[in-house]
Design a protein around this ligand. Structure first.
Ligand code: NAP
Ligand code: ZN
Ligand code: ZN
Length: 346
């Protein structure tokens, strides 16, 4: 077993603190990754604080992982020692169900293995995430980080990037389409960059007037303070709206802003159920959809797309000792736009 250092929380009300644990010895299909950077996704905070009621402790969060391949198993052909590699939200799946066969391992019928707050396929060994010195992952679930991407700023692509890229692709955003992004946080700001790179005219809906100039810098053509959005003047406007706001909020005004047959995609998980009015759906044959990260193939496609289009996250790099402060600042919306932990400070 490999002695590993990390930061863990022991319960919903605990702070994250130094934690020692063991990783499995790498097998022939595994890569031992020395972790360099890990992004702080809002999901880490939901899970650390048991806001979704499915947390297991102790918990080492972190699923936006970039590191160097330090050891590579004898069966691994596509990676070598020294490669810059990434790990996202899951580290294994059954490889035998229609979802896995179709490259949609995130929906694996028999249960994907989440990077943390999950159980390995033996259904008893807990998984620990990227707020740690190293991780051992089957090479089929490891991503290649393109050379020209800054490794720290690429880390958030492993979750925030794929979570916004996937619906933009799936719902066929094209040059000239109008795309709305609700919430300019970790997911939202990457979503704006990717949508703009696809040629879309992007409107940001934000609760923070102070983010207007950032929104334009990121590629948005229009910025609207959420509370001021007038569904009347914005009716029938958007080909796609992506909602990244975890705090409870009214979805109905956004539905009416969709064009006929257009879709609003929910990626954020609010703890409170939303009240939905029927008429805006009926009258415009509009749709409400969800989306969950993306499969391994699509995540690699997204990384290569971001490399080709010069897209990374806007980040603030912190030492691990600042992790609890960074959680508070993320909840308060006080980060432009993603914290990334430098794990060499462990
Ligand atoms: P984040 O960085 O904290 O951003 C959330 C944004 O929501 C904030 O920046 C803020 O933007 C906006 N907001 C609106 N009302 C707010 C309020 N009352 N309080 C605080 N913020 C408010 O979060 P994130 O990392 O982007 O994650 C967003 C959500 O997506 C989380 O629920 C996360 O769990 C979920 N998620 C889902 C997936 C998936 O696969 N579906 C993947 C990753 C994350 P403005 O200041 O612009 O209003
Ligand atoms: Zn995430
Ligand atoms: Zn499967």
């Amino acid at each position: 077993m490999l002695a590993t250092r990390g930061y863990a929380t022991q319960g919903p009300k605990s702070e994250l603190a130094p934690f020692h644990f063991e990783r499995r010895d790498p097998g022939p299909d595994d890569i031992l990754i020395e972790i360099l950077y890990c992004g702080i996704c809002h999901t880490d905070i939901h899970q650390a604080r048991n806001e979704w009621g499915m947390s297991m402790y102790p918990m080492v969060p972190g699923h936006e992982i970039v590191g160097r391949a330090a050891r590579v198993g004898s069966n691994v052909r596509n990676f070598k020692v020294g490669d810059t590699v990434g790990v996202g939200c899951f580290v294994n799946s059954c490889r035998d169900c229609p979802d896995c066969d179709g490259g949609e391992e995130q929906f694996c019928e028999k249960g994907r293995v989440m990077t943390y707050n999950g159980l390995e396929r033996d259904r008893s060994t807990p998984t620990f995430g990227g707020y740690s010195s190293q991780i051992v992952v089957d090479s089929n679930y490891v991503l290649r980080i393109p050379e020209n991407l800054d490794p720290a700023a690429a880390a958030p692509l492993l979750c925030a990037g794929i979570t916004t890229y996937s619906p933009l692709k799936r719902f066929g955003v094209r040059q000239g389409d109008r795309v709305g992004v609700v919430g300019l946080g970790g997911l939202g700001h990457v979503g704006v960059k990717i949508a703009a790179s696809m040629g879309a005219a992007v409107t940001v809906f934000s609760t923070s007037q102070a983010k207007e100039s950032d929104a334009h810098r990121l590629g948005a053509t229009e910025f609207i303070v959420s509370g001021n959005a007038d569904p009347g003047t914005l009716a029938n406007r958007f080909h796609l709206i992506i909602d990244t706001v975890w705090a409870p909020h009214d979805l109905n005004p956004y539905i009416a802003m969709l064009k006929r047959d257009a879709t609003m995609v929910i990626v954020a998980a609010s703890p409170e159920p939303a009240r939905i009015e029927a008429f805006p759906f009926i009258m415009g044959r509009r749709r409400l959809a969800g989306s969950l990260i993306g499969g391994i193939r699509e995540t690699q496609e997204m990384l290569d797309y971001c490399a080709a289009n010069g897209i990374v996250s806007d980040i603030e790099v912190i030492p691990i000792s600042k992790i609890n402060e960074a959680y508070e600042r993320t909840v308060a919306g006080d980060v432009r736009f993603r914290f990334v932990i430098d794990l060499r400070t462990l």
